[in-house]
Write a protein that binds this ligand. Structure first.
Ligand SMILES: Nc1ncnc2c1ncn2[C@@H]1O[C@H](COP(=O)(O)OP(=O)(O)OP(=O)(O)O)[C@@H](O)[C@H]1O
Ligand SMILES: [Mg+2]
Length: 257
């Protein structure tokens, strides 16, 4: 096929990733490519291995077997902070918000952590202003313009999740891993989160794990389906919708529930 489908174009490439918990093969030889600029949704029933896969990508779990390449470099055994430095950001599962700080302070800390400037009492006024500007920029991206001075702990649940996306963006990631960003959100909050993820399309690449099929089919350029630790389909949304095995394994069950 065309070069665009080749592995050379993959930002993230997984080859035969295997992770067992006792007798359970949580990921059972997963091979998958995430291409630069796309929103790839990873769907599958509860317990399919989605979170286990994301944890191996972010470095929280070490695979038993297989390979992870990011921009061509083997990161299978790289530490979490190294992956973050290379441009891999994960939101939601580790709550990174400082609840007693304002939205802007949280974002400024994330920008600072990225740029490696340590907290200090003395900072030239110019760099302080640049830091505030950048923090404001991420507040806007996260849909929190106007809420900069609010205390993070007092934000609504959906706004806190938006802030978590903002914190991930402040690391200037090449790839953002989102594991169930809609979980626990009401309809209005979900709509706002969909809009936010949609706006990431021009900023970065997204691997989205989500059970909300409306969100998945609205956002995804491509959908990979994981069932019992194996990818059973990987295609454009229209093809996934029509895929018999997927319907039987997942969409049918969702529709029936
Ligand atoms: N730390 C662990 N120790 C033992 N078993 C685990 C552990 N983490 C996950 N598992 C098992 O591995 C399998 C995959 O779990 P995982 O959480 O990755 O699924 P998931 O697709 O994210 O599910 P969900 O949609 O419910 O979030 C399940 O059988 C789960 O019970
Ligand atoms: Mg999960």
């Amino acid at each position: 096929m065309s070069a665009a489908r080749g592995p050379g174009n993959a930002l993230l490439e997984l080859q035969g990733l295997a992770k067992h918990f006792g007798g359970v093969a949580a990921t059972d030889g997963v091979s998958l490519a995430v291409r630069a600029g796309e929103i790839l949704a990873l769907i599958g029933p509860n317990g399919a291995g989605k979170t286990t896969l994301v944890a191996q990508i972010s470095g929280l779990l070490r695979p038993d077997d297989g390979l992870i390449r990011f921009e061509g470099a083997d990161i299978t055994r790289a530490a979490v902070h190294m992956r973050v430095r290379l441009g891999l950001a994960r939101a939601f599962q580790i709550t990174s918000i400082f609840r007693g700080f304002t939205v802007l302070e949280n974002l400024a800390l994330a920008v600072q952590a990225r740029s490696g400037t340590s907290l200090s009492f003395w900072r030239p006024a110019a760099s302080e202003a640049a830091l505030q500007d950048e923090a404001r920029h991420y507040a806007r991206l996260a849909g929190l313009a106007g809420s900069e001075t609010r205390i993070a702990g007092a934000l609504a649940h959906g706004e806190q999740r938006q802030l978590e996306v903002g914190l991930a963006l402040a690391t200037r990631p090449k790839l953002v891993l989102l594991d169930e960003p809609m979980a626990g959100l009401g309809p209005e909050e979900s709509a706002r989160m969909i809009e936010l993820i949609e706006s990431l399309r021009t900023q970065t690449t997204v691997l989205l794990v989500e059970h909300d099929m409306d969100a998945v089919f609205r956002l995804a350029d491509r959908i990979a389906v994981l069932v019992r630790g194996r990818i059973i389909a990987d295609d454009v949304p229209a093809a996934i919708r029509a895929h018999t095995e997927v319907i039987r394994a997942y969409l049918g069950e969702e529709a029936a529930s």
